[in-house]
Ligand binder design. Structure first.
Ligand SMILES: Nc1ncnc2c1ncn2[C@@H]1O[C@H](COP(=O)(O)OP(=O)(O)OP(=O)(O)O)[C@@H](O)[C@H]1O
Ligand SMILES: [Mg+2]
Length: 155
């Protein structure tokens, strides 16, 4: 199935993909998961309903996390153990400044040897390191189409 996800084009150092369903976006996440190392930060940008949580569900599957990933909007962070690496799934939608990151223990998460997947990373961009893996999801012309630009990792 993965092979059907065509590389749309390359720009800069990143790679761009087109997906035509939620399932394909999850598949892309699962593929990226295989490349992730302890301490990796996957920083998402993209609108409400773009597919950030869907992509993260794929990350979890690719890491072998047994639980179902749900949106952490009201909890800020959900933790998943049981996979190749722990997965920490953040939703920064409600954060208004990166100073609030300290309250949720962001720096502790960074050194726990897991993967931090960060929805609404634009809200805390000044606090993120430059070596994050960035995943930008944009809507395509068709209802179920997404254009996904990934930078910072070799796929
Ligand atoms: N190609 C696609 N990839 C991902 N999701 C898609 C795609 N096509 C349609 N969808 C739909 O878009 C929605 C994506 O929801 P999801 O919760 O993953 O978005 P999100 O970016 O996490 O939003 P939020 O900012 O509210 O957290 C789902 O309803 C999904 O079925
Ligand atoms: Mg979400």
């Amino acid at each position: 199935m993965w092979k059907d996800l065509k590389i749309f084009c390359e720009r800069g150092s990143g790679v761009e993909f087109v997906t035509n369903s939620e399932r394909e976006t999850e598949e892309l996440g699962a593929r990226l998961a295989r490349r992730l190392e302890p301490g990796a930060v996957v920083a998402f940008t993209g609108d409400l309903g773009a597919g950030k949580t869907a992509f993260t569900r794929g990350l979890a599957r690719g890491l072998g996390v047994p639980d179902r990933v749900t949106s952490p909007t009201f909890t800020i962070v959900n933790e998943y153990e049981g996979g190749r690496l722990p997965l920490f799934h953040f939703d920064m939608y409600r954060l208004v400044s990166s100073e609030e990151l300290f309250d949720i223990g962001w720096e502790d998460y960074l050194v726990r040897g897991g993967v931090c997947a960060v929805e609404w990373s634009e809200n805390v961009s000044d606090a993120l390191e430059e070596d994050v893996i960035s995943v930008e999801i944009c809507r395509g012309e068709a209802e179920s189409r997404r254009i996904i630009h990934i930078e910072g990792v070799a796929l």
